[in-house]
Design a protein around this ligand. Structure first.
Ligand code: SF4
Ligand code: SF4
Length: 147
């Protein structure tokens, strides 16, 4: 256990409000990743961070599952801003050499692909005046054929 862990987090931009968490669980209840993965639990990650389980928190694949949608931020009654804390934890994980390089590369690739899909759909909509739904359908169909 590392009693300084919470201070390390709160000293970084984005981690300042960690100690305001009162463990209500609204973040976990509204998180889309928790919905599809029972093991992903923002409330528990905060609890472990406050208790000083540094290695367990930083050496954890869950850090790379978050899609930064910020639903947890919108629903938090304490303004903890868990999505920002997640970014702090990711940086600390990289700095301390805990993260799984292969997993991070896969997540980066996934993020870039989703970003590109979104850009293409919006560009298609703007340039060709295509209905957004139609553009999404075309994109999904081409993805199916490529896969
Ligand atoms: S919603 Fe906010 S206060 Fe509640 S557990 Fe999550 S971070 Fe803590
Ligand atoms: S930002 Fe991350 S932790 Fe927060 S709700 Fe979205 S996926 Fe879950």
């Amino acid at each position: 256990m590392d009693n300084n862990f919470k201070k390390e987090i709160t000293s970084r931009p984005g981690g300042e409000n960690l100690m305001m968490c009162y463990s209500c669980g609204s973040c976990t209840a509204t998180c889309p990743i928790s919905e599809i993965d029972d093991s992903f639990n923002p409330r528990l990650l905060i609890k472990k961070s406050l208790l000083g389980y540094k290695e367990e928190v930083l050496n954890n694949d869950d850090l790379w599952k978050c899609i930064q949608c910020r639903r947890c931020v919108a629903h938090c009654p304490q303004d903890v801003k868990f999505a920002d804390i997640m970014r702090v934890l990711r940086n600390m994980s990289i700095e301390d050499g805990y993260y799984d390089k292969e997993l991070k590369e896969k997540v980066d690739k996934l993020d870039k692909t989703v970003y590109q899909y979104r850009l293409d759909i919006v560009a298609n909509h703007l340039n060709n005046s295509k209905d957004m739904d139609e553009s999404i359908e075309v994109m999904i169909d081409s993805g199916d054929q490529n896969g």
